[in-house]
Design a protein around this ligand. Structure first.
Ligand code: URA
Length: 213
């Protein structure tokens, strides 16, 4: 399944517009804030598909039943572009264990090579895992990160959450991921350009958040 947030009319579309707008996106603080706000909205959407259990809470006046998360999902993000979006997730899943993967792209004329240089994740076996990576372009960095993650156990379900996804990346994941997963995104765009950037996309999410490398 692919969940696409912008198929529904909501205030989220204003945040997506501001991330894409080449003038508004120059305000780095606003860019990160909009990423974080969309992270919160997507965390809420994903939360509807997690496992719940009923608990009873004692109020000053009586007892109330409510369904709560069985277990906190594990959150994983890819540095550095994932950080502001991830912040939105951890704002809501505020007791979750978190993992981080450092990945960078090496572009050559006809291909993009991904180097992973840092991995720190909890054990994920039989756990619900949410992997947060805002720009799903070729899907290679995400796939390499998933491979590393699977060395730390097999999740009961893997939720992959992007913000803007290219059809090429969606297809690549469908062809290569071997465990049950769901893909969540705020928008599906047209295609990748020669530098493997998403068109129309929004540009380089890491540079827009933190400045050029
Ligand atoms: N990473 C980005 O930041 N932007 C893209 O368009 C693709 C990958």
């Amino acid at each position: 399944m692919v969940f696409n947030l912008s198929e529904q009319n909501s205030i989220a579309n204003q945040f997506i517009l501001e991330l894409r707008d080449k003038k508004i996106q120059q305000d780095r603080m606003r860019f990160r804030k909009n990423m974080e706000r969309l992270g919160e909205i997507m965390a809420y959407e994903v939360s509807k598909k997690l496992s719940y259990t009923t608990c009873i809470v004692e109020t000053p006046l009586g007892k109330s039943r409510i369904n709560v998360l069985k277990q906190n999902p594990i959150l994983i993000t890819i540095l550095r572009a994932g950080l502001p979006y991830f912040q939105g997730f951890i704002n809501f899943f505020d007791q979750s264990e978190s993992g981080f993967v450092g990945a960078y792209r090496r572009e050559s004329l006809h291909e993009v090579n991904i180097k992973l240089d840092y991995i720190s994740t909890p054990y994920v076996d039989a756990r619900e895992v949410i992997m947060v990576d805002p720009m799903l372009a070729t899907g290679k960095s995400l796939m390499d990160s998933v491979k590393q993650l699977l060395k730390r156990g097999t999740p009961s379900h893997l939720h992959i959450v992007s913000l803007v996804a290219a059809p090429e990346g969606i297809k690549f994941l469908a062809q290569h991921i071997s465990v049950p997963y769901s893909l969540w995104t705020c928008a599906i765009d047209e295609h990748l350009n020669e530098q493997f950037y998403i068109v129309p996309g929004l540009g380089d999410a890491g540079d827009l958040s933190y400045g050029p490398k």
